[in-house]
Write a protein that binds this ligand. Structure first.
Ligand code: PGA
Length: 258
């Protein structure tokens, strides 16, 4: 199995942006632009919790799928401010971002909680987009592979072979997120290829060859084509550029052609 047989996924990560009317307007703009991607590329918008219901209504019947940006690992109970996987699936949400570096950095997310969230999401029928990636210091220390291997292995602990097909991995070097400092296509390819090798070690080659691995971190309309042309980069997790319909569409079209 090679890149051509894997599902290409372009996902927007809106972060803490857009009120409901703004979300509606942006999705209305995106929908017709990306309609041609239907068979070639999975197009997703991961939006704030408050926008989920609006986003699902606006995209109904289109090829734009909706994701959440986080999920709690417990089923229910006294966890003020949290949202469970069942709450998301009941709404009709299909994807969820887990372990984004901003969650790790600002909200105490650890490899262990990323693992718990991943398992809870899978159990509820959500498709987790699991984020991994090294900091600049870790890259400079030459431990990128160790860091990414550890994050990947712990995140996927206890995942059954059947469930792993629903997991997407996003390689997001922390130093490239929101900084305008994009990884070179070679750097991104090296780590995405390494993640695939790590997954082959955890499961088997067939599973590793089938899993979608995205790159994320300052991917934009200008640099996406080169990144998406790499053999182990199957898509992108897009922050800033996903908030502009034309730029997001350029990335989707690059994936359609890549
Ligand atoms: P960015 O964010 O594209 O704005 O760098 C990517 C992400 O955080 O997923």
């Amino acid at each position: 199995m090679n890149k051509a047989t894997r599902k290409a996924i372009i996902a927007g990560n809106w972060k803490m942006n857009k009120t409901r009317p703004e979300a509606k307007a942006l999705l209305e703009e995106i929908k017709p632009l990306v309609a041609n991607a239907q068979d070639a590329v999975e197009v997703i918008a991961c939006v704030p919790f408050t926008n989920l219901e609006t986003a699902l209504a606006v995209t109904e019947g289109s090829n734009v799928k909706i994701g959440a940006e986080n999920v709690h690992f417990e089923k229910s109970g006294a966890f003020t401010g949290e949202i469970s996987a069942d709450m998301l699936t009941e709404l009709g949400v299909e994807y969820v971002v887990i372990g984004h570096s901003e969650r790790r950095q600002y909200f105490g997310e650890t490899d262990e909680t990323v693992n718990k969230r991943t398992l809870a999401a899978l159990q509820a029928g959500l498709k987790p987009i699991v984020c991994v990636g090294e900091t600049l210091t870790e890259r400079e220390q030459g431990i990128t592979e160790e860091v990414v291997a550890k994050q990947t292995k712990i995140a996927l602990m206890g995942t059954c072979e059947k469930c792993i097909k629903n997991v997407v991995i996003a390689y997001e070097p922390v130093w490239a997120i929101g900084t305008g400092k994009v990884a070179t296509p070679e750097q991104a390819q090296d780590v995405c290829g390494f993640i695939r090798k790590t997954i082959a070690g955890l499961f088997n080659q067939e599973i590793a060859d089938g899993i979608t691995i995205q790159y994320g971190g300052s991917m934009n309309a200008a640099n996406c084509a080169e990144l998406l042309a790499k053999p182990d980069i199957d898509g992108g997790l897009i922050g800033g550029a996903s908030l502009k319909a034309a730029d997001f569409n350029t990335i989707v079209q690059a994936a359609v052609n890549g």
